[in-house]
Design a protein around this ligand. Structure first.
Ligand SMILES: C[S@@+](CC[C@H](N)C(=O)[O-])C[C@H]1O[C@@H](n2cnc3c(N)ncnc32)[C@H](O)[C@@H]1O
Length: 419
């Protein structure tokens, strides 16, 4: 079944909506047409590239015939050259957040059954019309067949040999284009320390095997081995307030320079109920950033559950002076079965969400408060629906523009158990 034979056709359509994933939404001959790179209120031509579903198809933008008043020249040179790094760098900052608010609300309502009328809030900048640039403290670049650095085209193995992306903080990618002797098919991870005092933050560059891309048989096995340090060391310094972590350059940390602090404040605020809480869980805890936030809320003992032993080791180090944090390595599903009953649970799963088994385990443990962090609105909405099946109701949700210039959005929900 190859669809209705629309692939290759160039359609002229009016964009009437904006969908999760950064897609303009149009209708043509009774079918929904998703157009990447098109904005609501635009009239565009677009070539159909995927026609497999009867109800909808995907098309790539050919020409904007009538531009939105919110369309601007792309602020990201790499994206303008075709890279997939900044798929919303051609829209004003405030309108970008407006579009993400709509897409988030739509997912929460349709998948989660939750009515949300909030707005996606800026992080680390005032609510301006200018798109936010220079927010990312770690970046990953690919090496093409000729040894040149760049970013992948959206959904493709092709490397656009352009290192000038608008996301990295000042100084992060300086001089990279001049690096020679890079092995084709590898990737560079470049990170810069968080500032402490007046010292200039140090930069680290490591080279790694490229993770496999593509699907099924086309998947390439990455060559394994530890990262090769090209500049600085293998770890990068991260901080939230007075807490510090030495995180592997390739390890997880929130991408936006201010995100870990903002999320920590939200978690501390929502977990501070006024009542004494003896036990908290920080599930998918990484190096324990949100465990620290629970401690700041006055939670006496906090257990983290994290699948990556290296991250747990970082947490053990960072909380060496705090006997109230207990980092545990293992899959969340397994670890939670052996933990004491919590009064509050924070869960910050990967893009796929926590899922049925973990949500059931959390609810069976009966915490009064659950704080759920989600970087994928659809997965977050799915989890919220599962919580509702167990009698947990959403009290509040905040959306954050944690990935400016892109369609991505982060949301944090707080739920309480029905009494
Ligand atoms: C979105 S990150 C959150 C990390 C941490 N909360 C933070 O803010 O830095 C998700 C974390 O979940 C971990 N992870 C993914 N799947 C897991 C699983 N099934 N069990 C435990 N940890 C898992 C990843 O290694 C990663 O550290």
């Amino acid at each position: 079944m190859t669809g209705l034979g629309w692939v290759g056709q160039v359609l002229t359509v009016e964009i009437t909506g904006f969908a999760h994933g950064g897609l303009g939404v149009a209708r043509h001959d009774g079918r929904v047409v998703f157009v990447r790179g098109a904005l609501p209120d635009e009239r565009v031509t677009a070539r159909v590239v995927d026609d497999r579903k009867a109800a909808f198809c995907h098309a790539e933008l050919v020409e904007v015939l009538t531009p939105s008043v919110h369309r601007i020249d792309p602020v990201c040179p790499a994206a303008a050259a075709g890279a997939g790094c900044c798929d919303l760098s051609f829209v004003t900052g405030s309108h970008g957040r407006e579009l993400k608010s709509r897409a988030l609300a739509d997912q929460l309502r349709r998948i989660g059954g939750v009515d949300w009328e909030g707005v996606v809030e800026p992080i680390g900048s005032s609510d301006t019309d200018a798109p936010q640039v220079g927010w990312r403290t770690r970046v990953r670049l690919a090496v093409d067949a000729d040894g040149r650095l760049g970013y992948h085209r959206h959904g493709s193995d092709e490397v656009i040999a352009q290192t000038d992306c608008a996301q990295p903080v000042a100084g992060l990618t300086d001089g990279l284009a001049g690096l020679g002797g890079l092995r084709p098919g590898t990737e560079l991870v470049v990170s810069i320390d968080d500032a402490v005092g007046d010292a200039a933050p140090a930069r680290q560059i490591v080279q790694i095997a490229a993770p496999s891309r593509g699907r099924g048989r086309q998947r390439r096995r990455p060559r394994t081995g530890p990262p090769r340090v090209i500049e600085g060391g293998p770890t990068t310094l991260r901080r939230v307030g007075e807490r510090m972590w030495q995180v592997p350059v390739t390890g997880f940390w929130q991408a936006h320079r201010d995100a870990a602090l903002v999320y920590s404040d939200v978690v501390t605020g929502w977990a501070s109920t006024g009542a004494e809480v003896a036990v908290g869980w920080d599930l998918y805890g990484g190096v324990g950033v949100l465990a620290g936030a629970l401690r700041d809320a006055g939670v006496a003992q906090v257990w983290t559950a994290e699948g990556d032993a290296t991250a747990t080791a970082v947490a053990v180090n960072s909380f060496a002076d705090d006997s109230g944090v207990h980092p545990v390595t293992g899959s969340t599903e397994t670890v939670v079965t052996g933990l004491p009953r919590p009064g509050v649970v924070v869960a910050d799963p990967p893009r796929s969400g926590a899922g049925r088994a973990v949500v059931a385990a959390i609810c069976a443990a009966g915490p009064d408060t659950v704080i759920h962090v989600g970087c994928d609105p659809a997965a977050l909405a799915r989890d919220l629906r599962l919580f509702a099946e167990h009698g947990y109701r959403v009290r509040d949700i905040r959306g954050f523009d944690a990935f400016p210039l892109t369609h991505h959005v982060e949301a944090i929900a707080v739920l309480n158990r029905d009494r």
